[in-house]
Design a protein around this ligand. Structure first.
Ligand code: SF4
Ligand code: SF4
Length: 290
């Protein structure tokens, strides 16, 4: 069983549409939506949830006001500016609290305790293109890297149990902890980029990250025809760094129309140029994972 992660340096590159389209041509894959901070693949794939599971995320500090004397020690020491005085009361912001527990340790009245958040969920589901695992991170929840790992592990288990040859992973944007969790140990990392200065900047950062994990990056250049000059710059960068561009996707309204109709671009028009490109990407993925 092979694992393929598709990532992008930033949001808005068309990554999710491309992954949904790949899912519709792959006949033997499990889909893992690891973009847990902004999971949206389910909007297109509309999977039926089979199991809903709680994910125990980070801890947040809370004050027992029957013990607190308002001394302010915790407020002075919190490095995350999560503790403030509101009115005449010391208050902890659950959105800013990092869960470091320092305030709990220094409080002379033992007035602070930590509570475990359980507002995040992960789901095992069935989509029209096969099994899908995805998650929803609770508001202000962190530890998304761990949640990515949970989603990947469950997807792998399902792939093994159902004899699926591939796990297609929708990775989060950027280069942070969740991205690292989504590329660790995969067979291929495909980076979706677009021909803009910021696209190139983000691409370089992601390539560097992927290289650090000794994974060969492959590039999909989306909307390449919108800025031919920048497309050439990216092509030169890839050539110089021995990175293969596996597809050039032109700008096409079908992306938007398909999304509006809650279909993949392949479903929306089976005979379009885009469908051929998606099929050729999938053929290359299969070739590279033999
Ligand atoms: S250190 Fe303890 S007693 Fe002092 S303000 Fe904070 S919670 Fe209240
Ligand atoms: S747990 Fe850490 S981050 Fe949260 S309020 Fe206490 S000191 Fe601040």
């Amino acid at each position: 069983m092979k694992q393929i992660t598709i990532i992008s340096g930033k949001g808005g590159t068309g990554k999710t549409s491309i992954i949904a389209a790949l899912a519709s041509v792959a006949e033997n894959a499990v889909i893992a939506d690891c973009d847990v901070d902004a999971a949206d693949l389910f909007l297109v794939l509309k999977p039926q949830i089979l199991f809903e599971n709680k994910y125990l995320g980070g801890k947040t500090a809370v004050i027992d006001y029957s013990k607190c004397t308002n001394c302010g020690i915790c407020k002075d020491l919190c490095r995350f500016d999560a503790i403030n005085t509101i009115g005449d009361r010391i208050t902890i912001s659950e959105f800013s609290c990092d869960g470091c527990e320092l305030c709990k340790r220094v409080c002379p009245e033992d007035a602070i305790s930590m509570i475990q958040s359980d507002s995040s969920r992960w789901f095992i589901s069935d989509s029209r293109f096969g099994p899908m695992v995805y998650a929803r991170l609770g508001i202000a929840e962190d530890n998304s890297g761990k949640l990515v790992t949970v989603v990947r592990e469950e997807a792998k288990k399902i792939a093994k149990a159902k004899n699926r040859d591939f796990v297609i992973i929708d990775g989060p944007p950027g280069i942070g902890c969740p991205v690292i969790a989504s590329i660790t140990g995969v067979d291929i990392a495909i980076i979706v980029t677009e021909p803009t200065q910021s696209g190139l900047h983000d691409l370089k950062r992601v390539v560097e990250l992927v290289n650090n994990f000794s994974i060969k990056p492959l590039i999909i250049l989306n909307k390449f025809d919108l800025n031919k000059e920048m497309t050439e710059v990216i092509e030169k960068y890839c050539k110089k760094n021995d990175i293969e561009i596996i597809a050039w996707i032109p700008f096409n309204r079908i992306f938007v129309d398909a999304m509006v109709n809650q279909q993949t671009i392949v479903e929306y028009n089976k005979f379009s140029e885009l469908t051929n490109i998606i099929q050729s990407i999938w053929n290359k993925i299969q070739k590279y994972t033999v």
